[in-house]
Design a binder for this molecule. Structure first.
Ligand code: NDP
Length: 463
């Protein structure tokens, strides 16, 4: 008779939790998972997946406009927001079902319930008002948008969650934040015809990215008609008598809009989880503190994904889940590798990036070679669109290793995935040079930039 009801109980049915549950169940472990809302978590229900569908939706006006140069006459187009929402809901419903079924087909049990810790081995399944015990517990409860409680009138604002299900498409929106979500949604709303303003507290959007990409993207967004104001924050939000919102920003300017969206980061979901009862420690941001193996201070309790506030990306949570399975059930303690993570911002134009920005690389390496090409992608020639593409490689001149690769332009995210392999493998600029170009593509620029555009020595750009 086993000591516990389950070998593993997972709290949270998002990308990380479901992966850990499914793979562990596939190994023959007795696994249960609990999700209080819908299986799929942030990525599937209110993040990456619906966001990308919205990005596609928002790109059509440019496609229609570009078609003329290729000989097409496109009749005046109209857009129906409820159709997009309904079709998006159908797709995420399908995916959510697959997530749950995946666990069950592997032999696991999937609860639709909030689950909280009673002690280090006991979980309360709230919907059934009963407890179960487990040898290992994995917390994968993710995060949620920072509500910015200090902002007077924050209750009038929407967050990315609500943006996916607005009853009507607003005519105007002001978005605060300069990260992934603010930038992606500014482009989505603008593309769908919404008068869009982005405000950001820093000097340039997308702080952790290469400065050339940040500036070029900023310029491209402004050229499309998105207003961007840096160095500013909201001071208060008020609802006017006519139902519109008035946002007062630093300096006193008042911005009027139908909706105001806050995208100022996400915070871990750790409240009322019973962490204190189980003795699990949290950090200053409320995140669950884990060691390199995703183990909390309580040896049988692990945590992965956004709730640990390490790198808030779906593939990272999935990777951490796989490492957890190796560690807990395969006798192969495995540390998640958070180095050199390729990432994309689904802005318009898109960003794809892997490795170090020029600024970060210049702090780590004494001699850099920077290869950079700015050009009009072929698809924009006949369309007449002026938007330019940027490809950039950051090379440690002493070892010849490519330490950063950055792309701004169509399909940059797809390119970043493949560049990620090259950089992870530690390939050198000579390897890039030896690689035959695929012609005619935009990506061929990445292997045909033979001469450095400039050098950076001890952090200083050389003439
Ligand atoms: P980010 O961390 O990317 O950006 C948060 C932004 O909000 C930053 O610009 C930050 O400014 C600003 N900010 C923070 N606090 C305040 C404040 N009090 N007042 C004004 N501005 C503030 O978070 P997001 O919310 O955009 O996204 C959350 C996470 O989700 C991301 O970290 C990302 O990992 C993930 N994500 C990934 C996507 C993808 O892979 N394509 C898409 C969407 C989300 P500052 O720069 O000065 O700190």
């Amino acid at each position: 008779m086993p000591q516990y009801d389950y070998d593993l109980f997972v709290i949270g049915g998002g990308s990380g939790g479901v992966r850990a549950a499914r793979v562990s169940a596939g190994l023959g472990k007795r696994v249960a998972i609990a999700e209080e809302y819908r299986y799929g978590g942030t990525c599937v229900i209110r993040g990456c997946v619906p966001k990308k569908l919205f990005v596609y939706a928002s790109q059509f006006p440019e496609h229609f406009a570009d078609a003329a140069g290729y000989g097409w006459t496109v009749p005046e187009a109209s857009f129906d927001w409820p159709t997009l929402i309904a079709n998006k809901d159908r797709e995420i419903g399908r995916l959510s079902g697959l997530y749950q079924v995946g666990v069950e087909n592997a032999g696991g049990t999937a609860f639709h319930s909030r689950a909280t810790l009673v002690d280090a081995h006991t979980v309360l399944i709230e919907s059934e008002n009963r407890t179960v015990s487990a040898e290992h517990i994995l917390i994968a409860t993710g995060g949620r948008p920072n509500p910015h409680a200090a902002l007077p009138g924050h209750e009038h604002c929407i967050f990315s969650n609500e943006a996916f299900d607005l009853p009507t498409l607003p005519k105007s929106i002001v978005i605060a934040g300069g990260g992934y979500i603010a930038v992606e949604f500014a482009n989505i709303f603008h593309g769908l015809g919404v008068d869009t303003t982005l405000i950001y507290r820093g000097k340039e959007i997308l702080q952790r990215f290469d400065m050339d990409l940040r500036r070029r993207l900023h310029e491209a967004m402004v050229a499309k008609g998105i207003r961007i104001q840096c160095h500013t924050i909201f001071e208060r939000i008020e609802r006017r008598g006519d139902g519109r919102l008035a946002a007062t920003v630093m300096g006193g300017e008042v911005m009027l809009a139908d909706q105001i969206m806050l995208a100022i980061g996400r915070i871990p979901n750790t409240e009322n989880l019973g962490l204190e009862a189980a003795g699990v420690k949290t950090g200053v941001r409320g995140e669950i503190v884990v060691d390199a193996h995703s183990r909390t201070n309580v040896p049988n309790v692990f945590a992965i994904g956004d709730v640990t506030d390490r790198v808030q990306l779906t593939p990272v949570a999935i990777h951490e889940a796989m490492c957890f399975v190796e560690t807990a059930f395969k006798g192969n303690p495995t540390v998640p590798d958070h180095d050199c993570i390729a990432t994309a911002v689904f802005s318009q134009p898109e960003i794809g990036t892997v490795g170090l920005s020029e600024d970060d690389a210049s702090k780590r390496f004494a001699n850099l070679e920077i290869y950079s090409a700015s050009f009009r992608p072929m698809r924009h020639t006949l369309s007449g669109r002026q938007e330019r593409m940027l490809t950039k490689l950051v090379v440690d001149a002493d070892t010849r290793r490519v330490v950063g690769a950055h792309v701004l332009g169509p399909d940059a995210g797809e390119m970043a995935q493949l560049l990620g392999i090259a950089l992870k493998a530690g390939l050198s600029k000579d390897d890039f040079d030896r690689t035959m170009a695929v012609h005619p593509t935009a990506a061929e620029e990445l292997v045909t930039m033979y001469k450095p555009s400039y050098l950076v020595k001890d952090g200083v750009r050389q003439a």
